[in-house]
Design a protein around this ligand. Sequence first.
Ligand SMILES: [Zn+2]
Length: 427
Amino acid sequence: MKSLEGILVDSKIKSRRQVRFDETTGLILEMGDLKIPREKIDYYFDDNCLVFAGMGDIHVHAREDVSQKHIYKEDFLSASKAALNGGLTHLCDMPNNPIPPVDDKSYEDKLKLTKNGLIPILLYAGIGPSTRPLSYLVPYKAYMGPSIGELFFKSNKELDEVLKFYKGQHVSFHCEDPEVLVQKKDEKSHLKRRPTKAEVMATETALNLIEKYHLVGKLCHFSSGEGMNKIRTARANGTTVLCEVTPQHLFFNDETIPESRKTFFQMNPPIRPKSDQDAMLKALFSGEIDFLATDHAPHSLEEKNQGISGLTGLDTYGAFVTWLIVEKKMDARLAAKVCSENPGSFVNQFLPSLKNIDKRFAAFGSGFGKFEKSFYANFTVLNLSIPTAVSKENLKTKVSWSPFEGITFPGSVSAVFLGGKLNLQSK
Ligand SMILES: [Zn+2]
């Protein structure tokens, strides 16, 4: 049995508390004012630190699949090292691989490879023009327009015809309208080739499909104020929809990226003007965003210079959260919600079904994201007073670059616990 004391933060309370856990089962036993004397505490964190239930990233492209074609970019081992480095304790991996997981067999074949990872990894299954749901509950991803990989739809009609088979399922959408992208493909800049209009139109389509097929819908890496208005209206009219935002869309805007760096900064949807950055920060702070998710999408530097889309984000996740808390005055309890609790809840709903196909999923008790009895004892400790200067040397992603290189965040990841075991500690 082990114990930890620090300023524990959940979505409701931020206060000095203690937690006791069993490092053999990996599960939490109790949390609160446990009156354990200081000298008996195994892990003590001072007031510079905030202790969160393990943070999780539900949108990652770890690049490994049975073809092994893209493991020069990343694999489950390197992605999980980068995740731990960034304070993350579990991941959800996207399906746009050379051999995408789209049915029971291909899903289970890919799932075997996640054993190479150091942290729990859940897989999305892909939805493509001729796919059908798996025989057990998993999250799905639908690419509405061409992005990276072949798993996408050329028209909304085609998407509608397939989604009718996915009634009631958990479906995440990449919202960029395929027809707008085709119309704009010859524009001069990436921003103009993938305009806000594409996100707004695709959002309308996705919201309609969510209603029509009673989907548990999630909109990925949301990037525009105008699109957020569509979500607001839909929610006001009773539609339940979840929404992610990336650190990149919150930190950068197109106006501050020098012309010579625009190709490097390409991602889908693009980094937008300052008005959209501000709108997304505002939406986050007002509680309208459910997940801070990186859309970690590594490519080699050579590929980046040729203009391929995708940015990395795992290594810098926790340090970026300290920027939100220290510089942007984000309530730490809101950070606990979008970085720990909600990502945990997202994963936890699939654990009962997945443990039938892979025993590893049975080990996590009630799952991730809370300091509650029987939850898995994953913790992310952020130190708000030791800054992180992002440089190649402190990255673990296989591609060794980050859009945040050269930037100093005000705080850092101080420690990460996995199943009650201290896995990473700095300073
Ligand atoms: Zn993505």
